[in-house]
Design a protein around this ligand. Sequence first.
Ligand code: NAI
Length: 384
Amino acid sequence: MKKLKWGMIGGGEGSQIGPAHRLGAGLDGVFEFSAGALDHRPDYGIDYGQRLGLGDRAYGGWEEMLEAEKKRDDRVDLVTVATPNATHFEITKAFLENGFHVLCEKPMTMTIEEGEDIVEIAKKTGNICAVNYGYTGYSLVRHMRAMIARGDIGKVRLVNAEFAHGHHADATDADNPRVRWRYDPAQAGVSAQFADCGIHALHMASFVTGQEVEKLSADTVSCIDVRTLEDDAMVNFRMDGGAVGRLWTSSIAIGRQHGLGIQVFGETGGLRWSQEHPNQLYYMPLGERLQVIERGEANLSPEADRTSRVTIGHAEGMPLAFANIYADLAEAISARKESRIMDSAANLYPRAEDGLRSMAAVFAVAQSGKEDGKWMDARPPMFR
Ligand code: NAI
C-alpha cells in the first residue's frame, strides 16, 4: 500500500482525543502526518504543528488549511476533524465539498438536518465521510459482530449496552467552566450525557447486531439540580431485526471509570464485552460452559485477525482500536486510488449514515425525556 497523507483539525496540545488520533493514524506507517490546524488559537496551533514536524503545513486555522491544501498536488488524503462538537458540521462539509475524505469525531453534527446534509454531500461528492465510533475498531468487537452474523448465539433477543462513568458526579464542581458547558443547552444542544457517551453505546448495539434502532423511550434526569441537560439516562429501544434494547448512560456513577460495555443475548447463547477489558470476550453457549475468548487466539474471524496486532496475552488498548478505523480508511482510500475492490473485512468503518442515525436518536431521547418516556421514532426522516 502506498503511503497516504493525513491531516488533522483540532486535537491540539493538551486536548483529550488528539493523541489517540495521532497514535492511531501513525501506527501502521501507512498515514504520514502531513498537515494540521490543531488549535483554536492560531499561534499555538502553528507552534505545536511545527514541533510535531508539519513545517509550513502547520496552519493557523482550518480555512487556511483548506485553501492551501486544495492547491497542492500532494494534498492530504484524509482529514480528521477533532474539534469541539459545534464546529464539526461546517468543517466536515467544507472539506468534503472540496474533494477530501473526512473522519469526523462524534457527534457528527448538532442537528438531524445537518446530519442529512452531510450524508447527501458525501453521496454527491463520492468522498468518504467516516465518523469516529472508534471503539468499534476493537478486535473482539469485530469478532462479536462476526459471531452474531454467523449465528453463534442464534436470533438476537436482547441487547444491554452501558456507558456510565462518574467523572461529573461532584456537585461542588458543577460550576467549573470545563464541566458546566456540557449541561448548558446553549453550548451543548438538546442532550448532554446521551449525546456525549450514550451514542457510542447505541451505535455499538447496532454495530454488533447488524440491526438499526427504530424507536425508543427515555427516562432522562439531571441528578445535579443546577444542570439543565441530563447527566443520566435510561433508554429502552427496539431494533429493526426484532431485538429489544436497554441502554444506561450516566456521568454521576461514582466509582465507574470509562464504563462502556455491551451484552447481547440470543436464542442459543450470550456474549459480553467491556471497553476496560477489551482483550477478553465472554461467550456462553446455551447449556454449555462459559468460554473466555482471548484477542489474538487462533481460529477467530477474519475481521478479528485483521484488527489484532500484538501476540495473545499482551494487552491492546484504545489507540489500537482507533488504528483499526484508520487501517479501514487507508484500505478504502487506497482501493479507490488503485481502482480495485476493497478488502471486505476492512469495510466496517462507521459512516456518515451512522452519525446521522445517532443524531436522530439524540433528538428522540431528548423529546421522550421531556414527555415522560413517550415512545419516539428514532430513525432520521431520510431513512423512514
Ligand atoms: P478538547 O477540548 O480537549 O480539545 C479540543 C481541541 O480542538 C483543542 O486543541 C482546541 O484548541 C482545538 N480547537 C477548537 N476549536 C478549533 C478550531 N476551530 N480549529 C482548530 N482547532 C480547534 O476536546 P476533546 O475532548 O479532545 O474533544 C474533541 C472532539 O472529540 C469532541 O467532538 C468530542 O466529542 C470527541 N471525542 C471523542 C471521543 C471518542 O471516543 N470518539 C473521546 C473524546 C472526545
